[in-house]
Design a protein around this ligand. Structure first.
Ligand code: TA6
Length: 310
């Protein structure tokens, strides 16, 4: 793979004029990654279709998390503390400036690697040493986002992770997610104060596919134990196949619904209609990383021919 200098930093319309790296294929597939948070802002397939949702009201102030795309939630998920001092919601990786390590491109594959290392700012929030790399790989119709972290300090520490992907859908009421059948989940809408309550996604028929009629916020668990752990997002006659590494044992599914959406400053009122978060995560069993140890996990998204619903 020919390597270009890691100088492909630009700001353009699809990247909302953010300092970002853009990688593309001759077929027309394109990805934009903001340096703020190593945040994938846009993934367009060769047909010109945007596959990720990015809020029209997203803040690009270099401080706030960006609403949409692929936020990297590390080293904490939501407000679930890992025993130490309270961290910002979803950790700090999504609001730190990352640097570009490498951009590589051939006719059939493009890849960008961004890095975040512990520094005085991160140590003030989380007193640990680390080096994290986000690798975004683009193949025709296929996006692969991989997060790697190494403990560069003398002591072990715990972390949680979520690749908090916002997928773009034409109409959430006409969208369904297949493949969660049989998985246990915590419903954060129904049981917010009772995080131990579990329900099970029905195994069969229409009830097994998750449809979206109201606010949905669920953490599905045990994904790694499922024989076929791929999901299919079906909307507007299209299918997006979603998979993740076995060490990411949870899938979070979030859509705020109309009422919550209206209260979120950086979402337009109808934003919930056009987005669905399907997040590859490890939350319930945080990872302990010993001194010097590395860990990596990934989520892959692939545009597939549409399949018929039951
Ligand atoms: O992953 C789902 C979730 O944890 C929801 O509970 C909701 O809070 C969402 O993330 C968005 O969080 P944010 O901090 O980006 O507003």
């Amino acid at each position: 793979m020919a390597e270009t200098p890691a100088g492909g930093i630009l700001g353009n319309a699809s990247c909302r004029d953010q300092p970002c790296v853009e990688i593309s294929l001759p077929q027309g597939d394109r990805v934009c990654i903001a340096l703020h948070g190593a945040h994938v802002l846009s993934w367009q397939t060769a047909d010109g279709k945007e596959q990720l949702y990015l809020s029209s009201a997203a803040k690009f102030d270099g401080v706030s998390p960006i609403r949409g795309g692929v936020p990297v939630c590390f080293p904490q998920f939501n407000q679930r503390t890992l025993g130490g001092q309270p961290l910002p919601k979803h950790g700090f990786a999504r609001t730190q400036p990352w640097t570009v390590l490498a951009i590589e491109q051939t006719d059939t594959r493009a890849q960008a690697c961004l890095q975040l290392c512990s520094n005085d700012t991160t140590r003030a929030i989380w007193p640990h040493e680390f080096a994290a790399i986000l690798t975004v790989q683009l193949d025709p119709g296929h996006l692969h986002v991989s997060f790697e972290v190494q403990n560069t300090g003398p002591q072990s520490w715990l972390f949680a992770l979520a690749l908090h992907t916002y997928l773009q859908v034409d109409d959430i009421s006409q969208t369904c997610l297949q493949g969660l059948q049989g998985l246990a989940y915590w419903d954060a809408v129904e049981n917010l104060t009772q995080p131990d309550i579990r329900q099970t996604q029905p195994l069969d028929g229409a009830a097994g596919a998750l449809a979206f009629k109201a606010e949905t916020d669920r953490v599905y668990e045990g994904v790694h134990r499922k024989a076929d752990a791929t999901l299919q997002l079906q909307h507007a006659g299209a299918t997006l196949q979603i998979s993740q590494s076995p060490n990411l044992s949870e899938i979070v599914v979030w859509n705020p619904g109309a009422a919550l959406c209206a209260s979120i400053e950086d979402l337009p009122n109808d934003g919930y209609r056009h987005m669905l978060c399907v997040e590859a995560a490890c939350i319930n069993s945080p990872v302990r990383l010993a001194a010097g140890q590395r860990w990596s996990g990934w989520q892959a998204l692939e545009v597939r021919p549409a399949i018929s619903t039951v």
